[in-house]
Design a binder for this molecule. Structure first.
Ligand code: SF4
Length: 355
């Protein structure tokens, strides 16, 4: 935060405005080393380098897919993998960032789940992912095109990183920095009910998406074990309460991963429509064909099945959209890159060792 930087430099015997200068260099100019901040006196830069670092994430690999999607495997200072994806689209670009390295939730269709939780990321590590992706896409410090969106849908459960995530959003919203306001951010949860309620009380909050994956408790218990803790009834009740915080025209989003012959029948679509209609939710459903991986026991639903599922939802008055998976050739699905990179690096205790 800008104020924290002011206090930090004051602690070094420097005036507060130096802190504001550093904040602008890091966030508006998107510089990632003190050496590049040539508007700061050289001796001050040297002293800064002894006490702090301007960047903590290293780019380990960068992949560009045939459809232009860029995927980054980053590494924290303590050698943990972090995934970030930049998705170019005709009308607006999206940066998908991670809130945790690995994930403690055990969604059965997700490769990240195989890693377990390695660590929750700091606010700085979340912001830095976005800076790395923006610099690569537009150039260091170049203007961010209007409408560029952020989604917290990478590795991890964002609501288990609630405090650092909210701090990251405040930092990114600062006019002297990135100036990306929460209205351009969507946070996707697997269904941490108390935090849905907490988010509703946040004054300047991001949009909410909920990963549903199943229309019944029986199936959702199997696909997303978090459902055993907060079953659909509780989850949708919390969504109903959240609805009071929606602005005019705003909807929240249910993400529904489409798994061949698991959750994609017409009956499943009817059950899903019944569930949403019963709660009269101001919501839309995004249908997301599963990104397949050899390690996972699921296949993606066919395009015809996805379209048929969508048609059933729409016939029941539920707004539904098909999200085409992006960057399949670079494993651009949740958690796939890190899980592949370190497959042999996770030992039995769940601790990660980069080989
Ligand atoms: S789908 Fe998301 S919440 Fe579920 S295990 Fe994967 S990263 Fe975690």
């Amino acid at each position: 935060m800008r104020g924290e930087l002011e206090r930090f430099v004051e602690g070094m015997g420097e005036p507060a405005y130096r802190g504001r200068q550093i904040f602008a260099a890091l966030h508006r100019r998107r510089l990632r080393s003190f050496d590049e901040m040539t508007d700061l006196p050289k001796d001050f830069r040297a002293r800064l380098s002894e006490r702090a670092t301007a960047s903590t994430l290293a780019v380990e690999s960068r992949y560009v897919a045939a459809d232009g999607t860029r995927r980054y495997l980053l590494k924290t200072h303590d050698n943990l993998p972090v995934e970030t994806v930049f998705i170019p689209e005709e009308r607006r670009d999206t940066v998908c960032f991670s809130s945790q390295s690995g994930c403690p939730l055990q969604c059965d269709f997700c490769l990240t789940a195989r890693l377990g939780l390695l660590r929750t990321l700091t606010a700085g590590e979340m912001v830095e992912q976005i800076i790395i992706a923006l610099n690569d896409a537009y150039g260091v410090g170049a203007r961010i095109p209007r409408g560029t969106n952020l989604v917290a849908m990478g590795a991890g459960e964002p609501f288990l990183a609630f405090e650092p995530l909210m701090k990251a959003l405040r930092v990114m919203a600062d006019r002297e920095g990135l100036f990306i306001v929460p209205n351009r951010v969507t946070v996707s949860t697997a269904g941490v009910v108390p935090k849905i309620r907490e988010l509703a009380r946040v004054e300047d909050r991001p949009h909410l998406a909920i990963s549903l994956a199943a229309p019944t408790d029986e199936l959702r218990d199997r696909l997303m074990p978090i459902n055993k803790r907060w079953p659909l009834r509780e989850l949708l009740a919390a969504c109903k309460e959240f609805e009071e915080s929606l602005k005019p025209g705003e909807r929240f989003t249910f993400e529904y991963v489409m798994l061949d012959r698991v959750n994609d029948s017409d009956d499943d679509a009817r059950r899903l429509a019944r569930l949403l209609n019963r709660h009269k939710l101001r919501a839309k459903v995004n249908l997301i064909p599963h990104n397949p991986a050899d390690e996972l026991p699921y296949r993606p639903s066919s395009e015809e099945r996805v379209e048929a599922f969508k048609a059933v939802l729409e016939s029941k008055g539920v707004r539904a959209f098909v999200r085409r998976p992006r960057g399949r050739d670079i494993y651009a699905a949740c958690g796939q890159l890190a899980a592949r990179r370190i497959d042999s690096g996770v030992n039995r205790s769940g601790l990660y060792q980069l080989s």
